[in-house]
Write a new protein. Sequence first.
Length: 479
Amino acid sequence: MCAPKHPEIYAARVPDSPVETPSVGMSILAALLALGGVPAGFTVFLVMTREPSSAWNEGGAGMFAIVGLAMLATVVSAVGAFLAPRGVPGVMGAALAGTALLMGVAGGAYRTAVADSFEAIQHASPLDRPIIMRGVLGEVASLVILAAALAAGLLLSQGLSLLVASLASRQASMKRATLFTGIGLLFLGAWQVFTTMNAGAERDLYMAMSHAAPMDRLVLVVDGFARMASSRQLGLGALLAALIVMVAGLLALRSERRAAAVVLFGILVPLGGLGGFRAMARPSAEPLALATAAGSQRELLPLDATPVDERDFQVLTLGTELRSDDGVVVTDMGALKERIDLTTIGVGLEPGVDGAAVMTLLGKLKKASTRTVALVGQTRKEPPGFVPAAWHPVFTERRGLIFDLQTESGCEGCTFSSVTEKGLIVDDEVWPLETSSFGLAADARKVYVKTEGLTLQQVLSLGHTAMGKAVRIVLVLPD
């Protein structure tokens, strides 16, 4: 039997071997798992906020935009999970881009809210501005919490759905690409869980600082940034794991460029987008400086005494000239009295301040109806390394020694105590002039001391002595 003259014709008529189609059941399961993104994200949000209704109200209209985008990304994820085993990775790529854009929406709303609030509070009292700004920064952090929580839920559901989709795929290279991408997304989801924790700690810090007394602020700042540093470190571990998975996938698929590209972009798109947009959701320099009081307080004399609460004592700063807390030079005590209540006032003492100028100012304050004055200095504590430089001013605390003021003409019948080299003479008892710091009760025994001939150092020592003896010094000023 002779061989055919044109064997290629016969070969072309041989039917192709059947191509296995992806499992429809597994594809549907993958799509259903992808639909769990928003519920999973809200679960993370509920756990991290503890008061979800309050956090939702604080975020404003931006919260609705974030949720709307998350729902759209969830639907696209489901379609992408169904098509991924069929070699159509682009739909899931669009879903991942939408997931990253969640943080972009949060960052835009964050910056707008902070900028608007910063402009609005310029008309508020200088004492109230830092407190209001801290509250604002705490409230807008809810936007980041929601975006990170929903991104975490979406990434975890997308990763899980791609793992199932890899089982449905019959094409070897795409099967491995889908598997590596799914594992990487699971680690990125864990990273966003820790990002949610970080934003929650930031919100708690600002909200607590907006209500805290000065003596509590250091503890709050150290605790808040310790929590943020811990969540950041845990997040970096998950982020590093995602990068390792990506590198492993690229090496395993180096001969399959299309499949390797799926792994590369499937992990880098949400990683880069979420990380980059998160940087947008940070306060700019001016609001942060206001919230941390950076640059708003002048340097004062070192003084170890009771922390001064600016809500109790509005502080005037005395150096070469007298300035109010907003930096305005005070020349007319009568005009100042019309602006602020001088009944209780603090006098911040700058380094090198003239003692005679302090005593003269006390006389002017008494004539302006001041009854209680705090001579204010500062003490500095070294901040831990994990506290950002912008927050270092918080570790400079204002401390004050509190005195009552009286004039000689208004002190008829007072029993005066005198100051000698040995100390303060009270009822023939010598009290050494102290430099220690203790609390002072408002109803403490009063000790009357004439200021004529006293130096500023002696007056400050009297304040320390009064704190140690639990008495209240009344400075009796010349008429």
